[in-house]
Design a protein around this ligand. Structure first.
Ligand code: MSS
Length: 363
């Protein structure tokens, strides 16, 4: 049941040849669709919904969408129309699922078998969350988390806390978070959280709550299952619990996007993308012999800030035969991708460079 022939209706506007259809709520970008792309076109961007995508009516009258803001001096409900008159900013950031790279775990981590394509770099436009909180009298005393609730309708008879998408992140994210109504300069489509989404640059996908209908500054993390036991990093065989690390800030990561499978002998341009979560990329090295020797790649294209990914390219000669091409990125704090993956039950946060390489037949 986990394969599809054609794009589901709600994403029929996407470019099918750029995508791998794992299921109706899990659609991956093909590795070769990225090349040296600075910004991922919306039609090429991956989709991941924990619950079925909402009805088309959700984006019919975007300005009438309401969000209630709590845990502030003067809690109240704001319409998207009001938010649009408050302030506006844009940020380029990588949206990446916590389970991107899950397919590389040998223990068969349960969940969508994403390779490298549960990620993209997009531009978000909206109001800085801090401006909204300040306007409403500032954060309540003792608040340590920003807790955001997704706008899905919970089916009758189910325990809301078990299935709702409600996530808490540390208040330090207030410095960069926004409530966004545009992606890549277009009104935010419901597939990506329209009419309004919390965007937390540098944090894993799950924290970027779609169709956000409530946001609260809270003392504690939410007791929703997706926070308490979901998205927690633990050893294989162990169940999730709140004492384990939560999937918040992303780690440094890169992968080669071209060539894949086969290429010609002689001069080649090897492309890829690299990002450092909340930290900018310092350098990217590429190896065409499986990590025996490394050459520094050139980072290309405009610098869209620390949260964006940087395309890189290495011009190099390839001899005929089989080559294992791998890349290794280092962020501005000096964190480099490790060689190995860190095995964990749900296959989260994989940034080991060895598994992310490509085997290319030259000649
Ligand atoms: N939100 C909501 N509301 N719902 C859901 O389901 N999901 C998550 C986010 N948010 C959700 C939300 C996830 S999980 C992810 S990745 C993301 O989202 C995705 O996005 P897109 O736009 O791409 O689809 Mo993993 O960490």
């Amino acid at each position: 049941a986990d394969t599809l022939e054609t794009l589901p209706d709600y994403v029929s506007w996407k470019r099918q040849q750029d995508l791998i259809l794992h299921g109706s709520e899990t659609i991956e970008t093909r590795r070769d669709a990225i090349r040296s792309g600075v910004i991922t076109p919306s039609r090429t961007l991956f989709v991941r919904n924990n619950l079925p995508a909402p009805d088309p009516a959700i984006t019919e009258d975007p300005d009438a969408w309401e969000i209630s803001i709590e845990g502030v001096g003067n809690p109240r409900t704001l319409s998207l129309g009001e938010l649009k008159r408050m302030q506006v900013t844009s940020v380029a950031s990588v949206l990446q699922c916590s389970g991107n790279g899950r397919a590389f775990f040998p223990h068969g981590a349960s969940g969508t078998q994403w390779s490298v394509g549960a990620a993209g770099c997009v531009v978000w436009t909206g109001v800085p969350l801090k401006a909204v909180i300040d306007e409403l009298g500032g954060s309540a005393d003792g608040a340590r988390y920003i807790t955001a609730t997704g706008g899905e309708t919970i089916p009758e008879g189910l325990e809301p806390k078990d299935i709702m998408v409600e996530r808490s992140i540390p208040t330090e994210a207030l410095e960069s978070a926004l409530l966004a109504w545009e992606m890549n300069d277009e009104p935010l489509d419901r597939a990506h959280g329209g009419p309004l989404r919390l965007v937390v640059p540098g944090y894993y996908g799950v924290n970027n709550v779609k169709y956000v209908r409530q946001l609260a500054m809270t003392e504690e993390q939410t007791d929703a299952k997706i926070q308490v036991s979901g998205y927690r990093v633990r050893d294989v065989g162990v169940s999730g619990s709140s004492d384990q690390p939560s999937m918040w800030e992303m780690n440094v990561k890169s992968w080669v996007t071209l060539p894949l499978d086969t290429t010609h002998e002689g001069r080649n341009l090897i492309y890829g993308v690299a990002f450092g979560g909340t930290k900018a990329i310092d350098k990217v090295e590429v190896s065409v012999d499986g990590g025996e020797s490394w050459q520094e790649a050139e980072i290309i294209g405009p610098d869209l800030g620390p949260y964006a990914w940087r395309p890189f390219v290495l011009a190099t000669e390839l001899s005929s035969g089989e080559h294992r091409i791998v890349s290794r990125a280092t962020d501005m704090d000096g964190n480099s991708q490790p060689r190995e993956r860190t095995d964990n039950e749900r296959g989260y946060g994989h940034n080991g460079w060895e598994d992310h390489g490509v085997s290319v037949n030259v000649g």
